[in-house]
Design a protein. Structure first.
Length: 138
């Protein structure tokens, strides 16, 4: 058996199996901890974001968004829609991203390793469009 010391190769779906398992483990831990205000399961990850899970109740808008590599770093924008409450979105992503190494800068703003993630909303509770924007920190 060969010992692989490098990073895990992404699966054919573009998501690192190790990160997928970490996301599922996190979802299980949140569920078992009894944090009722945090949705329990992240079904998948956002396109272009290898470790930002898609909250249950949101559906990725595959026709919107972009992924761009610049000399300063990557720029990613993705959208998701759902019949969810903004408070639940913020609660879910604040808890989930913290466990994935992101630090909270402000409501809907997170930073990690030279990148900043912004989560914004459009619409009203029950009919939200969520925009995820990742860019290098200045």
């Amino acid at each position: 058996m060969t010992d692989r010391t490098g990073p895990t190769k992404p699966s054919s779906r573009g998501i690192c199996p190790t990160l997928r398992m970490a996301g599922l483990a996190l979802a299980a831990a949140l569920f078992l901890s009894g944090l009722a205000s945090v949705p329990a399961v992240a079904q998948s990850f956002l396109a272009g974001f290898e470790d930002v899970p898609l909250m249950e109740g949101l559906t990725a808008d595959e026709d919107a968004g972009l992924v761009f590599d610049s000399p300063a770093g990557r720029i990613v924008e993705a959208y998701a829609v759902g019949e969810v409450a903004w408070r639940d979105v913020i609660t879910f992503y604040t808890a989930t991203l913290k466990s994935l190494g992101w630090r909270t800068l402000d409501q809907g703003r997170f930073a990690r390793e030279g990148e900043e993630l912004h989560i914004d909303r459009f619409g009203r509770d029950g009919d939200l469009t969520i925009r995820f924007t990742l860019a290098p920190t200045e």
